[in-house]
Design a protein around this ligand. Structure first.
Ligand code: MGD
Ligand code: MGD
Ligand code: MO
Length: 661
């Protein structure tokens, strides 16, 4: 369903979104890069060169940048990469470059929910149950998720549940197409979900809806949570979130009266300066109602990118080794070092998180060279004006991409790569199921796969162990992940080819995989799920007289991510906009379609006004798919969650001005 993968959800669902259909048109677009390009001097033109010249140039730059420390070079990956590529990239950083400085765009995507899942359950798998369970549920609560636009094939599970008489509750400051499907829509102020979840738990306690038997048998830490939510009585929650007491009561009753219920969060709840605690608040509610680990029920997070799940398991993260192992764990280092044929002590320790890494580039002891694979941070990183400056200050920026993205356009060396239909590879979907995608067509002449690029660079650095065949890489990934949390040891191309449905962990080739986690116990030392008491913090950036509106950002159906691909498909309609409520528009004299200026302390964007009655009057929404003067991330700030290092993409203070004259 997505451009970069052709199927996050995988085989089965019939729906295919418009982006999916049109993705094929990019495979042969004149915008495809077909030759490596090099810039001789900053500000000079990018000139086509041979692969030898380009890779020699990269390795020369790497050597200069590493003159003092291996950490002089950094790597930035992407959750759109296949498992094989993500694994190879993590190994390339640690073994060929010996740098600790690697992270990836999943930090901007799934990291808050992942941290919350890890801390409560001891494991992070988007859905600990199969997608098909959704259709069987009696109630689903979606928090900050708009799958009608962002995951159309997923909607069939919601409609099946609704058709069978189930209830859908949608929590979103906008009345989205997803909210239009819902039995009940709650529209809290952006960034106030934690108070909302605590308020629902307050009511569950008050109304005697908490599952005491489950709490006693399967969890720890409830007493502290009970104390923490005691201050969240309905009128206080209503004041802070804007959600009325009757709606709060309806929501909690729908959830609690359902035999099988699920709470699912997505980026609207998670992309905040306190995203981990917010996801935890919803997880606490799910635990208090006795949902996780019970058949047909639970808490989960809806994965984003083409390989958002697999991409976060095999070592692209600054603190991670393959198999979802921790890089600081001596046993993990020893196991992976043996597979890689290196000394455990040669594997670097944890590096900087994505935004901290981008922020550190080109000065003050940070890396002076950066290799980017499958991300376009000039558009997608928070506080993007600052990030673009950091990238421009590098001695060497290398970008591997299919098209000349805004980040590639800044690069000193651009390397053209193959894309999904042109190569074999696996991805792992949100339910932890591994999908094998077979090469369907030949790449354009002159284009290399990411695996070939890593192989060519490693060879020039005098390091072996970087095969170019995806299946060979997968065989190594199986061994590296064996015994880890995300254990792929029993998954093979042959089994996947034969049509087996394999969910990790799958420790041996005669193991059938694990579609449902936690039925017998959680992955914590005592087998119990852990409550964490959390409280609503102050806003990262409260509104003020100068910036009286709350800005949130997100997606539209017709564009994908930083738009590097979809903005090049001319048949996809739509332009950048700011959505604002009709009362606000009327007060300001703004008419639908008028171009307005949206600003924050950090920058401004020029956007068409989309006047609607489907958004809170105190909130404005800007999609982040556009670049230049339409870039949403010129506006966003760089507050990071203290645990996940997720940026606060979803709430800051802004103003709108009419452009006069
Ligand atoms: N068409 C399309 N589909 C995509 C993508 C794309 O770019 N385009 N990207 C893919 C990726 S990588 C991802 S991660 C997923 C993301 O999928 P979603 O999480 O569904 O997408 P978003 O639009 O980022 O955010 C969802 C909703 O959160 C709401 N929201 C904003 N602030 C808040 C808040 O404070 N609280 C609450 N409760 N809600 C809030 C927004 O109004 C929005 O409707 O989509 C994937 N699918
Ligand atoms: N304001 C705001 N900003 C956001 C978000 C938000 O909600 N609001 N969401 C965040 C989220 S959830 C995400 S996931 C990020 C996504 O933002 P990015 O990390 O920028 O992701 P993409 O736009 O998918 O960029 C992927 C790039 O890789 C290229 N590419 C695709 N496949 C391959 C491949 O196999 N190999 C190589 N080498 N290149 C490839 C594509 O052409 C494209 O240029 O944005 C984040 N930024
Ligand atoms: Mo994402």
């Amino acid at each position: 369903m997505t451009l970069s993968s052709g199927g996050e959800i995988g085989a089965g669902p019939k729906g295919l979104c418009r982006k999916g259909w049109t993705a094929a048109s990019l495979l042969r677009s004149p915008e495809r890069l077909t030759s490596p390009m090099v810039r001789d001097r900053k500000g000079g033109p990018l000139v086509p060169v041979s692969w030898d010249v380009a890779l020699d140039r990269v390795v020369h730059g790497i050597r200069l940048a590493q003159a003092e420390t291996p950490d002089g070079v950094a790597v930035f990956g992407g959750g759109g990469l296949t498992n094989e590529k993500a694994y190879a990239l993590g190994k390339f950083a640690r073994v060929a470059l010996r740098t600790s400085q690697i992270d990836y765009n999943g930090r901007f995507c799934m990291s808050s929910a992942a941290a919350a899942g890890n801390r409560a359950f001891g494991v992070d798998r988007g859905l600990p149950f199969p997608l098909a369970d959704l259709a069987e549920a009696d109630c689903i609560l979606l928090v900050g998720s708009n799958p009608a636009e962002t995951m159309p094939p997923f909607v069939q599970y919601l409609t099946a549940m609704l058709d069978a008489g189930g209830d859908l509750v949608v929590v979103d400051p906008r009345r989205t197409p997803t909210a239009d499907l819902a039995t009940l829509h709650l529209g809290p102020q952006p960034g106030s979900d934690l108070a909302l979840a605590n308020g629902l738990l307050f009511l569950a306690l008050e109304e005697g809806l908490v599952d005491l038997e489950y709490l006693a048998a399967r969890t720890t830490g409830f007493e502290a949570v009970k104390a923490a939510v005691a201050g969240w009585w309905p009128s206080r929650v209503e004041r802070l979130t804007g959600v009325s007491e009757p709606d709060l009561r309806s929501a909690v009753r729908m959830l609690a009266s359902a035999e099988r219920a699920m709470i699912l969060t997505a980026r609207g709840a998670e992309q905040h300066a306190h995203g981990v605690d917010t996801a935890t608040a919803w997880l606490n509610l799910a635990l208090a109602l006795g949902l996780p680990g019970e058949p047909g029920s639970g808490w989960g997070t809806l994965t984003g990118q083409g390989n958002g799940q697999g991409g976060r398991e095999h070592g692209q993260r600054a603190d991670q080794l393959p198999g979802y192992r921790h890089i600081s764990d001596p046993a993990a280092r020893e196991h992976v070092a043996a597979v890689w044929g290196v000394e455990p002590s040669s594997i670097p320790g944890p590096g900087r998180s994505a935004y901290e890494l981008l922020d550190s580039l080109g000065g003050g002891g940070g890396p002076s060279a950066l290799l980017v694979f499958a991300s376009n941070p000039v558009v997608s990183a928070p506080n993007a004006r600052h990030v673009a400056q950091r990238l421009a200050s590098l001695d060497l920026l290398v970008v591997a991409d299919l098209v000349l993205s805004e980040t590639a356009a800044l690069a000193d060396v651009v390397l053209p790569t193959t894309q999904w239909a042109e190569e074999d590879g696996t991805t792992t979907n949100l339910e932890g199921r591994v999908l094998l995608r077979r090469r369907a067509m030949d790449p354009p002449e002159g284009v290399w796969s990411d695996l070939q690029i890593l192989n060519g660079l490693a060879a020039r650095l005098g390091v072996g162990g970087f095969p170019v065949e995806p299946e060979v890489v997968f065989e190594e990934l199986r061994r590296a992940s064996a015994g880890g949390i995300a254990d792929y040891a029993g998954i093979t191309y042959a089994r996947l080819n034969a049509g087996e449905n394999l969910h990790w962990p799958c420790p041996s080739t005669d193991h059938l995989g694990t579609p449902r986690l936690f039925l017998d116990g959680f992955a914590t030392p005592d087998g119990r799920a852990r409550f964490f008491a959390v409280d609503q913090p102050d806003e990262a950036e409260p509104v003020s007289q100068a910036f009286p509106l709350r800005l949130t950002t997100g997606r539209v159906a017709m564009q994908y991510q930083s738009g590097a691909q979809t903005r090049r498909i001319t048949s996809l309609p739509g332009d950048a906009f700011v959505e604002l409520h009709e009362d606000l528009a009327r007060r300001m004299g703004i008419v639908h379609g008028e171009r307005v200026k949206v600003s924050t302390v950090r920058g401004e964007a020029w956007l068409a006004a989309k006047v609607s009655d489907a958004i809170r009057p105190d909130t404005v929404f800007v999609p982040f798919h556009w670049a230049g003067k339409k870039r949403a991330n010129s506006l966003t700030g760089d507050w990071l969650d203290p645990i996940s290092k997720m940026p606060a993409f979803k709430a800051c203070a802004a103003r709108i001005d009419r452009i006069t004259g």
